[in-house]
Unconditional design. Structure first.
Length: 464
């Protein structure tokens, strides 16, 4: 009854062939695009009581591909491991599906939760094989109709072509063309799809490499997998890691105000700390304490990795339109990170943790337009296989992204606003310590989609 059945699938191409034939092929990706693993998608489910009409939506999809023609291609992984977009004009993929249940059957307490939907939302997305990404469409939409007439749109775009802001800009443009419903639809404000910087000369690259960025470095040589070691001779292996589960944690405006009071330096009560700094500090400390407690209870869990913290910074407004034009679609993220002394993170006051995180995202490397430009040019001049950062991922680290600043609900108005917008936990996002801050239908409330190992969740559940 709750199963989702795909009833049709079609390829949708641009309305105007010239939109993609005018692009250089293959379409080259930008320096921050290429830092994203090719197989990672951005996938979001939009749920509607008043859903968009299928035929109009398909026409709008064809129209939006005129503005984003690179999304009609397929990824091509070159011999150097770098991705490009080839086979332009192949098209996006649109699927129709049905679910025999009514939408309200998935509600709890009067609210539709993503985890209650079929496959925890995954069944509302088009099938996807991350291991064969070069044969997967870059852009897919699945329209799933429920028995009551409500519907969900599952939208997926490969992350190596855009970040969250670019993704929701694309959805916004799709919705604008849908509402126009014209034979020759047009956008009031077209996107900028070409990555920056583009077409650097050898001289430009040599000059760019002289800069030393503070957040990146290059390894002396391209890492090579150890093909000499045999797993059957003299090697002992640690036990497999515990399973990872994703949950949605809801923080009301009153919850956040209480945390912000604790995150404010008592010696400087007029100092400012953001909601993001506050909630990141709270989560990092609580999760790390649970991990320490788990390690104390059972030493076989192994040593904890350094408790590093990472978050991507959207540099569009920081670097300005001199470098990144308005409505810039490609990735515009610089990932920043910091480390903590374990005892300070575990036992220190919340304001001390929040202060460190506040300073982390406000250094010249992430705020000064000139330094940001030099960093982008330095990245463009490097062999991306050798580019590294100092962040140390492991069972002590945390990685949080700020999606709650994006108008996820307002960008997706077709017939009406969605009643729910959220990214499902997929095989590529179920990574221990990875989370997203999301807006909700309630003003001032933040929902955190957070993936943690099951034993850590058990400790957190007990300590609440």
């Amino acid at each position: 009854m709750n199963a989702v059945t795909i009833t049709s699938q079609r390829t949708v191409r641009s309305l105007n062939e010239s939109s993609w034939t005018s692009l250089l092929s293959p379409f080259r990706l930008g320096p921050t695009d290429l830092l994203v693993a090719a197989f990672i998608p951005i996938a979001v489910v939009f749920v509607y009581d008043q859903p968009p009409e299928v035929e109009r939506l398909q026409r709008a999809l064809a129209g939006v591909l005129d503005y984003y023609p690179q999304l009609t291609g397929r990824l091509q992984i070159n011999d150097d491991g770098m991705a490009e977009v080839a086979s332009l004009g192949t098209g996006a993929v649109f699927l129709e599906a049905q679910c025999g249940a009514r939408l309200e059957e998935f509600s709890s307490g009067g609210r539709t939760g993503l985890q209650n939907l079929p496959g925890a939302g995954n069944a509302l997305l088009a099938p996807y094989n991350a291991a064969d990404v070069v044969h997967e469409p870059i852009f897919t939409i699945q329209h799933t109709r429920f028995a009551c007439g409500a519907a969900a749109l599952g939208v997926r775009v490969l992350h190596t072509l855009c970040d969250a802001e670019g993704f929701f800009q694309l959805v916004q443009d799709l919705a604008e063309l849908y509402r126009a419903d014209a034979d020759t639809p047009s956008l009031a404000h077209p996107p900028h799809i070409q990555p920056y910087p583009a077409d650097m000369t050898p001289e430009d690259q040599a000059k760019a490499r002289k800069y030393t960025p503070s957040l990146f470095y290059v390894e002396p040589s391209v890492p090579v997998e150890d093909t000499q070691s045999s797993p059957t001779h003299g090697h002992s292996f640690p036990p497999p890691p515990p399973p990872v589960t994703g949950r949605f944690l809801r923080f009301s405006s009153s919850d956040l105000n209480v945390l912000k009071a604790r995150a404010t330096d008592p010696e400087s009560p007029s100092s400012w700390v953001s909601t993001f700094d506050t909630l990141c500090a709270h989560l990092h400390q609580r999760v790390y304490r649970a991990r320490v407690q788990l390690r104390t209870q059972d030493a076989t869990n192994g040593e904890l990795s350094p408790p590093d913290f990472l978050t991507p910074v959207n540099i569009r407004r920081r670097i300005g339109t001199t470098y990144l034009p308005a409505r810039y679609f490609p990735n515009a993220l610089i990932t920043t990170y910091t480390s903590f002394v374990p005892d300070v993170l575990a036992t220190g006051p919340l304001w001390q943790i929040a202060s460190t995180l506040h300073d982390m995202t406000r250094t010249p490397a992430t705020t000064a337009p000139g330094e940001l430009d030099r960093t982008l040019r330095w990245l463009a001049a490097q062999d991306k296989r050798r580019v590294r950062q100092g962040f140390r991922y492991g069972n002590g680290s945390l990685m949080l992204s700020q999606w709650n600043k994006v108008d996820m609900y307002g960008s997706a108005v077709f017939e009406a606003r969605p009643v729910l917008v959220a990214p499902p936990f997929t095989p590529t996002s179920l990574l221990d310590g990875l989370g997203y801050f999301l807006p909700t239908e309630e003003h001032g409330t933040i929902e955190v989609a957070l993936a943690l190992s099951d034993p850590v969740w058990a400790v957190l559940d007990y300590s609440v």
